[in-house]
Design a protein around this ligand. Structure first.
Ligand code: CO
Length: 293
């Protein structure tokens, strides 16, 4: 009788486990095997010089997550069209995620390679949200851009301080060129300048398309009687803005404006993603506060 009871319990447990597996199995209708992938999303650039940045990010992500497939998407359709004409096909985030769904990925970490959470990042949130709602993946998460939290800001300040151009003297300025945006997140640039100046009062942050503009930076440099400035992009790549709007010979480039004001300029054509300290911040966001991947 006792033996029979044990046998009965055994059967019961067997059935429970069987049912449980069955329901898990049915819940996503596919195999139980996990297929993890990372999708890196950048604005994109058609400049050859930008590839150094992208390759550095790709290398560091693969080193941190060995064995996980890494794919790329560019948000700018102008850049994608330009590259397509050169035979380089890059997907939008929407197409890239649809392909990953079709290729039966179960866990996808999307990582924004933007500098701040502006319009591009928020569009990406909508896209990721749509895929989440559709239930195409078991899990899909989105990592924050470079500067999102105060901790990120502190790490970015450290990275900037560590990579100040060699040979720069304390009475010379370092002028960072951010992209800038109409989005409320534009406030990050002035906040960054404030926190940098607590460490070094001659570091400035301006933007091409937002606030602070170069005219304000010029005024601040003149007030401090600064005679020489290193111009450094605060964008992941040294692309079109760095080459033309910052270091170009046109009348309204930052180099021209500041030179006109009697400040000699030394442009440095390197994007932030060429430096490991910045890439570490992005890579840290892949599994970061949005859940374990
Ligand atoms: Co732009």
């Amino acid at each position: 009788m006792k033996r029979f009871k044990q046998f009965g319990t055994g059967i019961l447990i067997f059935f429970c486990v069987f049912m449980l597996c069955g329901s898990v199995h049915a819940s996503h209708g596919k195999s139980l095997a996990k297929k993890k992938g990372i999708l890196l999303v950048a604005f994109g650039s058609s400049e050859a010089s930008a590839q150094i940045s992208f390759e550095n990010i790709d290398k560091q992500v693969k080193a941190t997550y060995p064995g996980i497939e890494v794919r790329w998407a560019y948000t700018s359709h102008i850049i994608r069209n330009k590259l397509a004409k050169q035979g380089k096909v890059l997907d939008s985030p929407e197409v890239a995620l649809a392909k990953m769904q079709d290729d039966q990925f179960t866990h996808v970490a999307v990582q924004s390679l933007h500098t701040i959470g502006g319009s591009e990042y928020h569009d990406l949130r909508k896209t990721v949200g749509a895929f989440k709602q559709m239930g195409g993946f078991e899990k899909i998460i989105l990592g924050y851009p470079l500067i999102s939290t105060q901790k990120d800001m502190e790490k970015a300040v450290d990275a900037i301080m560590k990579n100040i151009p060699a040979g720069r003297k304390k009475n010379e300025a370092v002028v960072l060129m951010g992209h800038g945006t109409h989005h409320p997140s534009n406030a990050f640039y002035a906040a960054l300048m404030f926190q940098l100046q607590l460490r070094d009062p001659n570091i400035f942050v301006g933007t091409v398309e937002g606030y602070p503009e170069v005219d304000l930076i010029e005024t601040l440099l003149k007030q401090k009687k600064i005679k020489k400035a290193y111009l450094v992009p605060f964008m992941s790549v040294a692309g079109d803005h760095a080459k033309n709007d910052m270091a170009g010979d046109e009348e309204d480039s930052w180099k021209s404006v500041l030179t006109q004001a009697g400040i000699s300029c030394v442009p440095v054509l390197k994007g932030t993603a060429e430096f490991d300290e910045f890439v570490d911040i992005w890579v840290g966001h892949i599994s970061g506060p949005l859940g374990h991947f």
